[in-house]
Design a protein around this ligand. Structure first.
Ligand code: AMP
Ligand code: MG
Length: 592
């Protein structure tokens, strides 16, 4: 117990971390709040009694509302409302109101400072802290008595006690991307980190012949079954001999064996010391040969070969296993196999590989206005579904198995039915449309109600909104849903930035980051802080980044015109032609 606890009867120790009245855990949860207060009110927050309270506009201090238990008890019995409903639903609410109103009263009377002065100066304040009001109980309780029934929550009567809360519309702005008031924006990096931490890869595997395993993800580490090269061999066309037979620094003249060593046609027998043999690229070095001299550096009459020195021992030859040794590591699990990987595995004698099955990516479009078949006759209010063919193709190019979930009207039950199908047939679902806060946005509403919607306002342009949720499947599985914006431009940008690493992680190939590079801008642009921005861009003939003339997020032609994106940082930026900007070609997102 601290000195102040002895003063405040019934107070729990701030060191108590568990059980009823675990004040200590409240202290811990208060620390981040304090940190935020300090950040928001820099230099204006004092934590009393560790810091002087008198001059600070914001004081954080320990309180103990139960000091007012007698005054609170005096308000009982609690009144009952019309339907017999208790009008005093939360005891702590009354306590807190009473204490707050009592402190406000003392402040009005200019008597608040007395509470700070009441701390026992002989107590080790700097170590133990102090409860505000301990030592000045009489003043605090008098103020509480004066507050009286005003501490009760507003009554549930026919006539509201106070005027109804007025709705404040958001201020209208020209810039429709301006951040709405009172909304917490998730920075891109935080959203990525959250995604990365939340997702778990699939684990089902299958065996495939190496030649059929391109774009698949290795389920195991692969080691070499054979060395590459398996035997020492010639790296050029020329003449082979034993280096030990050369003396002096040349020129040399060696008798030529009437035989030839070629790739696939090894020389039977050995080359005598001091002789040379005709040898072609890829031929195994015959016994008695450790060095090769390049054909162009030689003169020969068919019986002898002459060349100049010096010659390095082992010249123009490849050691057995110099590339990869038998049994050594070839490729790690989690590797998505490239054409070069197929070459490597084949060279190392790996004919079959265990790979993960492809990730099944469901793609669903939503919107009453959508028409699936671009060849169909469209009514004026209809538009052709552009996102679905785009996203299905993206999934295919990334090596996943696309699952077409069709398109659903803005109708919760129909969207839910498609998501149910997606949960059964896919490992992850990409939806587009219906993900902002508008009335028609059934996807986000549905996900909020049924699928633990977890994050959806990302500080990204174009991009917001983005919904991340887990749709419950029949088998108890929870299938990740990435709810993309409806605008095709935003849908693609979000897919590249969030979808690509997320799908890659789910597929077992690990998290991915696009590789961008700095190029001079060919454009001017001024951006405000608070949001990362991606512009549709491509490189001009001089290597500078041009951006698409319009940033309108419905301009699909700009997506097609572009060959990549320019990424502008979260903070404010002013870009003039020639300034370096980060360019991310579509190829760095695995798209040509
Ligand atoms: P939403 O996110 O549903 O509010 O849609 C935003 C905008 O994107 C609207 O103009 C929609 O008509 C459009 N949109 C939504 N889905 C698609 C789609 N699959 N293809 C083309 N445009 C779409
Ligand atoms: Mg819509």
């Amino acid at each position: 117990m601290r000195v102040t606890d002895a003063r405040a009867k019934g107070a729990q120790s701030v060191w108590k971390l568990g059980g009823a009245g675990s004040v200590g855990s409240q202290v811990l949860t208060g620390l981040p709040v304090l940190w935020r207060l300090r950040a928001a009110f820099a230099g204006q927050v004092a934590v009393w009694p560790f810091e002087a309270a008198q001059a600070a506009p914001v004081v954080v201090t320990e309180v103990f509302p139960s000091m007012l238990r007698a005054e609170i008890a005096a308000l009982s019995p609690p009144r009952h409302g019309k339907a017999g409903r208790h009008d005093w639903p939360v005891r702590d609410a009354v306590q807190v109101r009473m204490l707050a109103l009592a402190l406000a009263r003392l402040a009005q009377e200019g008597a608040l400072g007395g509470l700070f002065d009441a701390a026992d100066p002989t107590a080790p304040l700097a170590e133990e802290g102090w409860i505000l009001g301990a030592g000045a109980e009489a003043d605090l309780r008098a103020a509480a008595r004066a507050v009286g029934a005003a501490a009760l929550p507003p009554q549930d009567t026919d006539a509201p006690a106070t005027a109804p809360h007025r709705l404040t519309p958001p201020r209208l702005r020209n810039d429709c991307f301006a951040m709405p008031q009172g909304v917490d924006w998730v920075p891109v990096e935080d959203a990525l980190a959250r995604l990365r931490a939340a997702l778990v890869p699939i684990t089902d595997t299958e065996d495939l012949p190496t030649a059929a395993a391109g774009l698949r993800v290795l389920a195991t580490d692969i080691s070499a079954r054979r060395s590459n090269p398996p035997q020492a061999n010639a790296a050029v066309d020329g003449y082979g001999f034993a280096h030990a037979a050369l003396d002096g620094s040349g020129p040399y003249e060696l008798p030529l064996l009437q035989a030839r060593a070629a790739a696939g046609q090894p020389l039977k027998g050995a080359v005598p010391m001091g002789s040379a043999v005709r040898i072609l690229t890829g031929a195994i070095l015959p016994k008695g040969v450790d060095s090769v001299v390049l054909e162009e550096d030689c003169a020969t009459d068919g019986a002898r070969v002459a060349f100049d020195g010096p010659v390095r021992r082992g010249a123009n030859s490849r050691r057995a296993g110099e590339d990869v040794e038998a049994g050594g590591p070839a490729l790690p699990r989690g590797r998505r196999l490239t054409p070069a990987d197929l070459a490597l595995l084949s060279a190392l004698g790996v004919g079959r590989v265990r790979v993960l099955r492809p990730l099944r990516v469901g793609v669903l479009s939503t919107g009453d206005e959508l028409l699936s078949d671009p060849g169909a006759q469209a009514a004026p209010h209809q538009i052709f579904d552009a996102n679905r063919p785009m996203l299905l193709e993206v999934a295919r190019r990334w090596g996943h198995a696309p699952v077409d979930l069709g398109h659903a009207p803005d109708h919760a039950a129909e969207i839910a039915a498609r998501l149910d199908r997606g949960a059964a047939e896919a490992d992850v679902i990409l939806t587009s449309g219906g993900a902002s806060a508008g009335d028609e946005d059934h996807v986000s509403r549905l996900l909020r109600e049924r699928a633990q919607l977890s994050s959806w306002r990302i500080a990204l342009k174009p991009g917001r909104p983005l919904a991340l949720a887990l749709w419950p499947g029949d088998g108890g599985q929870r299938v990740p849903v990435i709810g993309l914006p409806g605008n095709p431009v935003a849908a693609l940008v979000c897919t590249l930035i969030f979808g690509r690493p997320a799908l890659s992680l789910l597929s077992g190939a690990g998290w991915l980051e696009p590789q961008g590079f700095q190029v001079p801008a060919a454009f001017s642009k001024r951006k405000k802080p608070g949001r990362r921005e991606f512009l549709r861009a491509r490189l001009g003939a001089d290597g500078t980044a041009e951006v698409f003339a319009s940033e309108g997020s419905g301009r699909i032609s700009g997506l097609s015109w572009a060959e990549g994106l320019v990424e502008l940082p979260d903070g404010a930026a002013t870009i003039a032609p020639g300034d370096m900007v980060r360019y991310l070609p579509y190829t760095s997102f695995g798209l040509g």
